[in-house]
Structure formats: C-alpha cells, structure tokens
Design a protein around this ligand. Sequence first.
Ligand code: PLP
Length: 483
Amino acid sequence: MGKAKGNQQSVADEDGRKRLRSLAAVDEVLRQPAAEELLTRYPRALVVDAVRAVIDRLRAEILDAQAAGEPAAAGTDDLTPAALVPWVASLLETAVTPSLRRVINATGVVVHTNLGRALLPPEAVEAVVTAASGYTDLEYSLARGDRASRQDHVHDVLCTVGGSEDALVVNNNAAAVLLALAATARGGEVLVARGQLVEIGDGFRIPDILRESGAELVEVGTTNRTYLRDFEAAWTERTKALLRVHTSNYRIVGFTAEPSLEELGALAHDRGAVLVDDLGSGALAGLDLFSEEPALTDSIAAGCDIVTFSGDKLLGGPQAGIVVGRAAAIGAMRSHPLARALRIDKLDLAALDAVLRLYLDPERAIASIPTLRALAAPLDEVRARAGRLRDLLIGAGVPGDRLDLLETVARAGAGALPVTEVPSIAVVAETPSGEAQRRAELLRRGVPAVVCRVQDDRLLFDLRAVGDDELDDLAGAALLALV
Ligand SMILES: *Cc1c(COP(=O)(O)O)cnc(C)c1O
C-alpha cells in the first residue's frame, strides 16, 4: 500500500516536472500570430496581464496536482504557446464584458434580494435613461437659476403618498435607520424591545446599526413579551428615542405582547424623546396580500416621528431609504453631517420620482409596477403563462410527457414578506436521472441566465415572477437544458 502510494507520487512528480518544462513563457505566447491579432484589439498591458494570468493558473494547477500525487488535469496536456492563446482571448473577452448579467427569475421569489429585488416600471426606466444620458436639474432651480436640493424632486409627492408632514430619501433603508438614530439619539440611549433585536438579512443587525449611530442600545422586556411598563422602567434621563423594528423575516408566535405604537408614541412625546419606526418593506399599495403588514398610515397616525422603509421592496422602486414623519425629527436628519454620506444617487432618485408619482393613482401603480403586478396577478393568469411556456417547449420539440404544470408556493421574498405565501404555478420538467442539478447550472450559465428551482431531481420553473415578455427567452434557454 505504502509502496504503491510512493510510486504514484513519484509518477506525479515526474509528470508535473515535465509539464512545467513545457509550459510556454509570456514572450513566446505574445509572438504567436493569433496573439498579435489580440494586441490590435486590446491594450498591450491588458494582453500581457492576461497571458501571465493564464500561465500562472496553469502552473498552479500543475503544482496542485503534483502535491496531491494525482495526474494533472487534461487542460494542461498541451502547453505550447499556440495552445494558450485561445485561453488568453477568452480571459480578455470576459474582462471587457460587464459582469452584471440579465437573469430570468423562475424561482417564484418575487422580491429576490440576490437577484436585485424590485424591477422598475417603464415610467421609471425612462426617467433613469433621461437622467443618465443628459444633464438634469438635479440640484438646480430652473426658476431661480441657482442651487437647490435633490430632495425637492420627491419631497412633496412623498408627503402626499405617505400622508406625512415631512419626508427625506437616502441611499437605502439601512442608511435611513442609521441616520435617524444618529440625528436623534447620538450620545444617548435608545430603547428597543428585545424581540426586535434581529438580523434582517444581508447582515443588517439592529444592535450593530445602533452602535454605529453613536447611540446606546437598551434592551427592554423579554423575547416574546414586552409591555409599556417595561419601557417606562427602563427610562433614564439619557433616553432619547424608542425604536420599533418590523421583524418581517421573523415572527414570534403564540404567547406574545408588545405595546401599541400609539402607546409608545405617547410615552416618547410625554418625555421629550422620539419614536422611530423601521417599517422595512413599506407597502403603499392596498393589496390584500399586504393586509397583515403594518401599514404606513398606521405608523403616521400613531404619531411616529420617523418612519423608514426600503424603496426596492414592496414599494417596487429603486434602492432607496425612504423616511417620512414629523418635521422636527426629519429636519434633524436632513442637516446631520451623515446625510451627505448617505445621500441617494441621481439615477435612483429619478426612478423613485417616477414610481412615487404612479402611487398618486393606486390602480395605476398596481397595473404598472412589476413587483405589484407579479404579486397581484390572479392564479389563472400565472397558470396561463405556465401553459404558454409548456406549449413553447413542446412546439420546440420537448416531449409533452416530460412537462407538467404544478401548483407551487411563491413568496414575496426575503427582502419583503418572506413568510407570506402566494399560490403559484410552475412548469416542471423531467431531466435524465441525476441530471437536474447539472442542468440547473447550465441554465444559470446561459444567456440570458435562468435561475429556477430543483425539486425531486426535476427542474421547476415558477412563473409568478416571470414576465410575459420573457417567455420566449425562457423557453429558448430551457430548451437547451432539456434536450
Ligand atoms: C430590509 C430591511 C432593512 C434594510 O433595508 P435596505 O433597504 O436593504 O437597506 C432594515 N430594516 C428592516 C425592518 C428591513 O426589513
């Protein structure tokens, strides 16, 4: 045994040495006619770097195989200068191609954090293109001919749709919470119910944000029950704010209690502190699906000084942190030095501007905003879409007995209402036994990429988050993985 192993190692050593000797040098590769052609298309430094990278990677592969006492990979069989050029060309092609790729979302998760959350309605896309390709009055008053605030573009419409006295937008909701606490409670204490000290996802942890804001966290009550008297008992002269966090991705059920926002608001205002409500998703549309979500109107009516939520969750807009509430608290956020560091960029502002205006007519918002459309679509509409996908696949030659329609459970998403289920329909495709994972990978690497679900060694294409205009592309991609 030991001898066989030693023998195998010396074979691997010899093989590795041979391969390393035959590995082309940078100069040799660059002198290849095909490499000279690359030099006409790309800057020399980029080509040289790519040649080095290819050689380094091959050398590392050979050394790894040698160290493991294994035969080197087949990719290191031909190490002549000419053989290396296609690798260099492909590396260069990758380097100059933007990394962000279009994905068809067949997962059934509508607001998918890892797939970019909300899609913009056409009105917002148009606004982004305008703002991106020309100068705009971003921070300029065309009436007065001098400087203005970028906030002016969305302030009034946000106050209208949010039903609030004042409003502000920042980069994202994490930034909104950070700024709210820094502006109202730095150097003081913030009371938070223990059951709300959660991690929201993407590493957004309430205790960490609180620490960074310069305020001190005071946990109140127990994990499942917190009463108003717990807040009263924890109060000190350093208490500056009460924070309520909507724990959307986490629910404590059963024996629970927490004081109402009205009670918290009354307590805070009685004692000269502010009430901050991190609403998370912030659904503005009146969809039945959202009925269990805390409504923004309730937070405003309860007298919250600051209410924050994301622009790209259930609002269906761009990444943004939206802040609505009372003028005194929001004014303090506006003039805080951090506001500049956390400001919204112009493309997001342009998109948000357009999306908020859709909400002036809620029916129009639901009809136009992709996130709302996807969530509100009747099951029959999703079933019809699934039927069309199946027909397209059958029309392209996939045997009908390998395709099925299945009732599934879709979700609003980890970024929004992760525990809320939405009935949906998927096309289920049989693949050869044991192949489903590999076929799913093939789909992910395709153009456009398709992300679907794998269940019981079959591929599931959930149609809830797939647009009608994506069906042809989805069918084309799926076909390649199913043949
Ligand atoms: C999602 C979420 C955040 C973070 O919002 P981002 O827009 O991702 O920064 C903060 N608080 C709550 C309650 C959330 O649900």
